[in-house]
Design a protein around this ligand. Structure first.
Ligand code: NAD
Length: 656
């Protein structure tokens, strides 16, 4: 079967995951049969899909017609046989219990058409074992979505022992067609990729506290504000649910051995029903306490070294078992757990030799199996890192941004942290600075376009998590200067700059857009400087540059109100130069940059300089203008312009 032959998808189970997966498939235009065992369960799932689609429409992420069409694609069933008529792919999202899943598959094989491919959304049960419950183990693989499926981009596509190439390729293609990013899990290993990294990390955090080596505050402060992970390890545990973590861990313990022995503290949390946010209490107290109130200044080097060593060891095991190569591990963990850097990269940078030393010392001290150094880690250390020795071949590697060349003479910087609404981390700032230098120095590039990845934001501002690490005033001054200078570099680029805005442009993101020469935005975009809501002020040039652009009174209104402003309003105020709709956005943004790139480069550069110089001092601006004029007279470009003036042809400027 080819992707084009897939029309109907049956989702079994309308619970947390099932209804979300059904919504994703319906949005992609598939006919979706949603099945649960009772009318009220399936109706509840259907109602949740309707609610979620309406929310998306309210937020202008969909038109009302698109939301209606998607809902029309979903039909609710209790009768399995009816739900399977003409079904091409099944996605099973029944409860995480082998016996229940066994019943599901026994019933399913009785009524499923022969060609139907079966997939399971299980988080921890062996795909091979599940496939063997059916009459088509080669037509079976894992399709592991993350919660909530509508928002999370990652789908782990898991190959069971019997899965055919055709099946795995088709399901990967399907995941892409559902607008997700598939990462292949090449071996059916407990925890697949993301949980194999996260669950042992949470367990180790718990062991550290259990053994009295550090407090919860120190562990979480270190994970969040030093390692830069999106949450503290305990905060994450409470978010996921301690019962879920323990469940996966126990399975890993059973199959993979003592390296995954759950910490007694984690076990007792579950026994006491302190499951995390969902029960109001876990490692933190969400009802009577302040929740996960993590100090920014309790960072511990020991904790960091130990957690990095653990991550390096687990990454090594996945590579050694050929579950996935380092780059796929990093991709999956970045998308599935919002890590700013994948574990392989993070550990390479911290040094694998050091990780091995840390593990060996802990192993000698405690004898615990989880500190036994994996062969995969030793091999990677010998080869100079999971990514091999870092080579300086002049090519800059970016993580938080991408640099592309969508048209001749146009260099595009894509802010590439869609899972975090393209918020600006210190790493992104640094890379952005390098990218502007690189493009501005490139003679082939005559215009820069800046956009945000994903479909929600240009950039929602500074990454508050990683910034909170600079809570001391001296660091914060440095951070503000750094942002001002980096964005300022874009403003000062010798080539024209376009900001292409689709979605949120807030805080530091709006300050970045302010530094472009022109702005094109989709109608659904929202702008604002929300810093006052945090008791801060715009710190990356917002108090200065916004007034230059739209006048002090409007700039004050935006900054003082901390409200959001829609694209139409911002166009009226002259901030947005062009409005476009979502479907034409990419094309229009590139076209605008390409039009500017075709202009006379020298005149462009001098005009920018003169206009900027005149902001504070009109005399200086006029002087710059006069000199520039003198410089441009008699250039090849001027002759080209004058010659083509009389003809129908467009001038071809060369910057000479
Ligand atoms: P859930 O309990 O919310 O939903 C399960 C649904 O399946 C329920 O509505 C139940 O009535 C229904 N069901 C039971 N027997 C059925 C049958 N024979 N046919 C059809 N439906 C049946 O569970 P969930 O959280 O949605 O998890 C579903 C699967 O997804 C599990 O395998 C879980 O491990 C996996 N998963 C969960 C998450 C998560 O964060 N919740 C994330 C990734 C994967």
């Amino acid at each position: 079967m080819e992707l084009e032959d897939v029309d109907t998808i049956t989702v079994l189970g309308a619970g947390t995951m099932g209804h979300g997966i059904a919504e994703v498939a319906a949005l992609a235009g598939y006919t979706v049969n949603l099945r649960d065992i009772k009318e009220e369960f399936v109706q509840d799932g259907y109602d949740q899909i309707e609610w979620s689609l309406n929310k998306l429409a309210e937020k202008d992420r969909l038109s009302e017609e698109e939301a209606e069409e998607a809902l029309d694609n979903v039909t609710a069933y209790v009768d399995l046989e009816e739900a399977m008529v003409e079904s091409d792919v099944v996605i099973e999202a029944a409860p995480e219990d082998f016996d229940i899943k066994q019943d599901v598959y026994e019933e399913l094989v009785e009524v499923a058409p022969e060609h139907t491919i079966f997939t399971s959304n299980t988080s921890s049960i062996s795909i091979t074992d599940l496939s063997e419950l059916t009459d088509r183990p080669e037509q079976f693989c894992g399709m592991h979505f993350f919660n909530p499926p509508v928002r999370m981009e990652l789908v782990e596509v898991i190959r069971g022992e019997h899965t055919s190439d055709e099946t795995i390729e088709l399901i990967e293609a399907l995941a892409e067609d559902l607008d997700k990013t598939p990462v292949r899990v090449r071996k059916d290993d407990p925890g697949f990729i993301v949980n194999s990294i996260l669950v042992p990390l949470m367990n180790e955090a718990s062991w550290i506290v259990e053994l009295g080596d550090a407090s919860i505050a120190e562990v979480d402060s270190t994970t969040k504000y030093d390692m830069g992970l999106p949450m503290g390890a305990f905060e994450l545990g409470d978010q996921v649910g301690n019962d879920i973590t323990l469940h996966v861990l126990e399975y890993m313990h059973e199959v993979l051995g003592d390296a995954y022995e759950p910490s007694p503290q984690l076990v007792s949390k579950v026994e006491n029903d302190e499951l995390g946010k969902k029960t109001g209490k876990g490692f933190y107290d969400y009802e009577d306490g302040d929740g996960a109130d993590i100090p920014t200044d309790a960072i511990s080097e020991d904790v960091r070294d130990r957690l990095i060593a653990l991550l390096a060891n687990e990454t090594g095991k996945l590579v050694e078992k050929e579950v996935a190569p380092p780059k796929d591990i990093d991709k999956a963990v970045k998308l599935g757990a919002a890590f700013p850097k994948g574990p392989a990269k993070l550990c390479d940078e911290a040094g694998l030799e050091k990780a091995i030393e840390t593990l060996e010392a802990l192993h000698e001290e405690t004898g615990a199996a989880r500190y036994e150094v994996s062969d995969g880690l030793r091999d990677a250390a010998e080869e100079g890192g999971f990514y091999g020795p870092s080579e300086d071949d002049g090519e800059i590697e970016f993580e938080a941004i991408r640099v592309e060349y969508p048209e001749e003479m146009v260099g595009q910087i894509v802010l590439d942290r869609p899972q975090a609404l393209n918020t600006v981390s210190p790493a992104m700032l640094e890379e952005f600075d390098q990218a502007v230098d690189m493009l501005d120095d490139d003679d082939e590039v005559r215009a820069i376009l800046v956009t945000g990845a994903g479909d929600r934001a240009f950039s929602a501002g500074a990454d508050a998590m990683s910034m909170a690490g600079s809570a001391n005033p001296i660091d914060a001054v440095e951070l503000a200067r750094n942002g001002q200078e980096t964005w300022g570099k874009l403003e000062d680029a010798s080539v024209p700059v376009v900001a292409g805005i689709d979605g949120f442009a807030l805080g530091g993101g709006m300050e970045l857009a302010t530094c472009a020469d022109l702005r094109i935005a989709t109608e659904r975009s929202e702008f604002g400087q929300p810093e006052f809501n945090l008791g801060l002020l715009p710190g990356w040039g917002g108090t200065q540059r916004l007034s230059n652009l739209i006048g002090e009174s409007r700039a004050k209104q935006i900054i003082f109100s901390a409200d959001r402003y829609d694209a139409e309003q911002m166009q009226e105020w002259g901030f947005v130069n062009h409005l476009t709709d979502k479907d034409d956005f990419e094309e229009d943004a590139v076209e605008l940059a390409a039009d500017l790139a075709a202009g006379p480069p020298l005149a462009m550069e001098y005009a920018k300089k003169a206009m900027h110089a005149g902001r504070d001092d009109i005399e200086a601006g006029l002087e710059t203008e006069a000199f520039a004029f003198g410089h441009l007279i008699g250039t090849d470009d001027m002759m080209e312009g004058v010659t083509k003036l009389q003809s129908d042809e467009d001038p071809e400027f060369e910057g000479k």
